[in-house]
Design a protein around this ligand. Structure first.
Ligand SMILES: [Zn+2]
Length: 333
């Protein structure tokens, strides 16, 4: 089963070594960006703990098959119920942890999104970690280390997952049958997250990419067009608005590459819409693109800080318009 995982070789080797020992630590914390495969590694490690074959996890026995299908009764998975993991879920886990395993061997629990536990849930889990039942192993996954109680962290073995590199992502996406050219663009835009790269194939998200491209085309047309664009953004939620900013950053970065000349063409992320970007570049100089890049990054930060979506986009579009008008925005070049 390990061979099905792309990347994270050092972590996998370390976990394989642990599986060969008779004693396994009782708690792990897998930290790393969203969508890089932390859960997949946790699930495979769990199969390795539960599988009775010599080369565990074998991937073939009834136990491994049940893990794959999410039906192994000795593997519990807890994930956020709505926005958070709630105390009731941890209470139910404690109840189950006190019971003997179905196979008479060991039980494993994966808490996926441990950084989204409520304070009460985290405190309750801490008690379980302080006095772990025998033959009970917990694997926590989290994106933000600073949202995990230090007292909880200190009772776990921590593994830090890195974003996947472009080639690894492309391998995963093409193996799943996605269109190669679109997969190449999505692999680069996603910044190393399989989850996000796959999300980018969603037609709704893909349409936001067209919106971002249209926005850059609109800016040179004047303020009336900008207000129209801002009204469209008003209807989007924060997550979708963040996607537009992410796409804008990529497009503007590519415009810089296009402006730098043919030697940089291979570094262009959005190869599939290169012609449209060529048109945008007729209105935007390299220096203006660099300025725009900084301003869009700032807008992204403001949105992450929960600023009002419409105001962020209005301000952004006006600033971009000002750049094209040779306005007084100062950028570091
Ligand atoms: Zn097996």
């Amino acid at each position: 089963m390990w061979e099905e995982i792309v990347g994270h070789r050092d972590i996998i080797i370390s976990l394989q070594n642990l599986l060969q020992r008779s004693q396994c630590p009782h708690a792990f914390l897998f930290l790393g960006p969203q969508g890089v495969g932390k859960f997949k590694v946790a699930e495979t490690f769990a199969a390795g703990i539960l599988c009775h074959e010599h080369e565990a996890p074998c991937g073939k026995c009834a136990c491994c098959q049940a893990v794959r299908q999410g039906k192994n009764l000795d593997l519990m998975v807890i994930e956020p119920d709505g926005a958070n993991i709630k105390i009731e879920q941890i209470r139910a886990l404690k109840h189950q942890a006190a019971m003997t395993s179905y196979s008479g061997y060991c039980r494993v629990c994966i808490i996926d999104g441990a950084d989204r536990m409520t304070q009460e849930a985290a405190n309750s889990l801490l008690k379980l970690l302080e006095e772990p039942p025998s033959n009970f192993i917990m694997i926590l996954t989290a994106v933000s280390q600073n949202k995990i109680l230090p007292t909880l962290q200190s009772r776990t073995i921590i593994y830090k997952f890195q974003p996947l590199v472009y080639d690894q992502l492309l391998t995963i996406l093409t193996a799943r049958g996605f269109d190669k050219q679109q997969a190449a663009a999505n692999a680069r835009i996603s910044g190393g997250s399989v989850g996000e790269a796959i999300e980018l194939f969603d037609p709704e998200i893909a349409s936001l990419r067209r919106t971002a491209l249209a926005m850059l085309t609109t800016v040179p047309q004047g303020l009336d067009s900008i207000w129209e664009q801002a009204q469209l953004i008003d209807k989007l939620d924060n997550r979708h608005a963040a996607f537009i900013l992410k796409f804008l950053v990529c497009f503007v970065r590519d415009c810089v590459m296009l402006n730098l000349g043919s030697a940089y063409q291979e570094f262009i992320i959005n190869q599939d819409v290169k012609n449209e970007m060529q048109d945008i570049c007729t209105a935007w100089t390299k220096e203006q693109c660099v300025c725009a890049y900084d301003i869009i990054k700032e807008a992204h930060k403001a949105l992450q800080g929960n600023a009002n979506t419409r105001l962020v986009f209005e301000s952004l579009l006006i600033q971009l318009h000002d750049i094209l008008q040779g306005g007084n925005i100062v950028c570091q070049l």
